[in-house]
Write a protein that binds this ligand. Structure first.
Ligand SMILES: [Zn+2]
Length: 204
């Protein structure tokens, strides 16, 4: 598989940093999350405040030729319907994976699975041993990511493989919010902070 060549969509995006983004870590890809995909993830996340829910992130894997930086654009989030759910973990069953591949073929032909998301009700933003195993096994590409959401405190973060090959289960990254109306950001996760671009004034 090859990335598609595309310029970084910086102009139509707004950056949200996690507390770990300032540590000088080097994620292998930057994540651009459309407002459409973000709102789908949020709606699904609060649909069950007691049990884990999750699904698949669909979009593109891209390369910005000028900077040689790789990034993904998350264009949609597909809820996994046939998951085995419990309050402590979520797994993708063969039925849910078939379902998801059919939905991608029908609605988003040619798009890639760029990662997955799931909730951690009343837990923090981290990947369990099981989550880490699932990520390695089902999402083995260096550009595939894992998004975790805590719906009670409204927190979220993205786990991304780093340049040195490390996949840290406790340090998560923020993302670029894109498309839609960036004057009215949809991002409300309390553990992320907006990065104010040069020439802009903060409304905080
Ligand atoms: Zn988990």
């Amino acid at each position: 598989m090859e990335p598609i060549t595309q310029s970084l969509p910086e102009k139509s995006a707004r950056r949200w940093n996690s507390p770990y983004d300032a540590l000088g870590l080097e994620p292998q890809v930057s994540v651009y999350l459309t407002q459409f995909a973000y709102s789908r993830v949020c709606l699904h996340s609060v649909s069950d405040m007691d049990n884990e829910v999750g699904g698949i992130l669909v979009g593109e894997w891209c390369l910005d030729e000028a900077s040689q930086r790789q990034f993904i654009i998350v264009e949609a989030a597909l809820a996994a319907r046939h998951t085995r759910q419990s309050s402590v973990h979520l797994t993708f069953t063969p039925d849910s994976l078939v379902d998801i591949h059919n939905e991608i073929d029908n609605k988003y032909p040619g798009k890639k699975i760029v990662g997955w998301y799931h909730t951690h009700p009343r837990m923090g933003i981290f990947l369990s041993h099981y989550d880490t195993w699932l990520h390695k096994y089902f999402f083995p590409e260096h550009w595939q990511v894992a998004l975790v959401i805590e719906p009670h405190t409204a927190k979220g973060g993205i786990f991304i493989r780093q340049a040195n090959g490390l996949f840290d289960p406790s340090r998560y990254f923020g993302f670029h919010e894109m498309d839609g109306n960036l004057e009215n950001s949809l991002v409300h996760w309390t553990n992320l902070t907006p990065v104010v671009k040069e020439g802009e004034t903060s409304n905080e």
